[in-house]
Design a binder for this molecule. Structure first.
Ligand SMILES: [Mg+2]
Length: 161
């Protein structure tokens, strides 16, 4: 459940070739620390990356756990893709909504995000292709820092296996 199918440093490192080789026809994107940093600055080249996917007919939907509709909506508008906010990952509710928008089978959908406990578990529960990216910027809150530490322990264990 905790193991991502693939790991990348940043979302823009994921090539359309890689997605196609893994039969991915659609992607669900996390927002915070995946598309934008904590100062709401978009990741470098993210617009080009999205354009590349669109060109290759790979569908895109944003699913963010953020309750800030305006913030998520702004990112979606910048990239011109549909979005779901307050998506309650790792619960299935929001991801099911995304599947409904994308109209692809779960096995052909990659869920891309920076958090094991929301993005990766959510994707794995839905039998989607989970891709973990490194957070753009470190969490500033204390709780976030603790979460990161726990994630690190899990990821280091997986490396050994
Ligand atoms: Mg995130």
């Amino acid at each position: 459940m905790l193991k991502p199918k693939a790991r990348f440093e940043k979302i823009t490192d994921i090539t359309t070739k890689f997605l196609k080789e893994n039969n991915i026809k659609a992607v669900i994107l996390d927002v915070d620390n995946t598309l934008i940093n904590l100062d709401k600055e978009p990741l470098e080249n993210i617009e080009n990356w999205v354009e590349e996917l669109k060109k290759e007919k790979i569908k895109i939907c944003i699913a963010s756990n953020s309750i800030k509709k305006k913030k998520v909506g702004k990112v979606a508008e910048m990239l011109n893709v549909p979005y779901i906010y307050f998506s309650t990952k790792p619960l299935k509710r929001g991801l099911k909504k995304a599947v409904n928008i994308l109209q692809e089978k779960e096995e052909n959908i990659a869920e891309i995000g920076d958090q094991l406990f929301t993005d990766v578990i959510g994707a794995n529960r839905m039998k989607m292709f989970s891709i973990l990216t490194t957070p753009i910027s470190g969490e500033k809150t204390k709780l976030g820092a603790i979460k990161r530490k726990i994630e690190k322990i899990f990821l280091e264990k997986q490396k050994k296996n």
